[in-house]
Write a protein that binds this ligand. Structure first.
Ligand SMILES: Cc1cc2nc3c(=O)[nH]c(=O)nc-3n(C[C@H](O)[C@H](O)[C@H](O)COP(=O)(O)O)c2cc1C
Length: 136
């Protein structure tokens, strides 16, 4: 099993409304044998997408993609931007063009892979398990 140690992963998920693949930078990702634990905000487009279609690709970028990731960082695929994100994020329906990423058809899941990422992990989520902890 590949225990990756990257500060950012780009997950790609399927937006069912138009069948497009959305790109979301996340840093909350841990590998546990063949299982990956991901922390994805439910109000993000990725979170919404995963509730409808649990298939995704965990794309691991290299340092050459820093500028591309910075370009998509202040954006969301969600048309209705949650209140806490307004002023910080803008809606961007095509992060592929904005970041200069190229879609590559996946072998086992519907969302596309990011061709520029040297590692692409196709995965499916059988369930989403919201668990939160609060410091006493
Ligand atoms: C470096 C970096 C790390 C991030 N890590 C996470 C994370 O672990 N979980 C998360 O839900 N959002 C994370 N975000 C924020 C999401 O990328 C952001 O909410 C984005 O708007 C989601 O896009 P989407 O709504 O199109 O899915 C991170 C952003 C950046 C730039």
């Amino acid at each position: 099993m590949f225990y990756f140690g990257t500060p950012v992963a780009l997950i790609t998920t399927l937006t069912s409304a138009d069948g497009s693949t959305n790109i979301t930078p996340i840093s909350s990702a841990w590998a546990l044998d063949r299982t990956y634990a991901l922390g994805v905000g439910r109000d993000s487009q990725a979170g919404r997408n995963l509730e409808r279609c649990g298939e995704l690709v965990i794309n691991l970028p290299d340092a050459a993609l820093v500028a591309a990731i910075e370009r998509i960082a202040p954006t969301t695929g969600a048309k209705d931007i949650p209140a806490h994100k307004r002023g910080l994020y803008r809606h961007e329906p095509d992060k592929w063009s904005l970041g200069g990423f190229s879609p590559l058809g996946s072998e086992r899941v519907q969302p596309a892979r990011i061709a520029e990422c040297p590692v692409q992990i196709e995965a499916e989520s059988p369930s989403s398990r919201p668990w939160t902890v609060t410091m006493p």
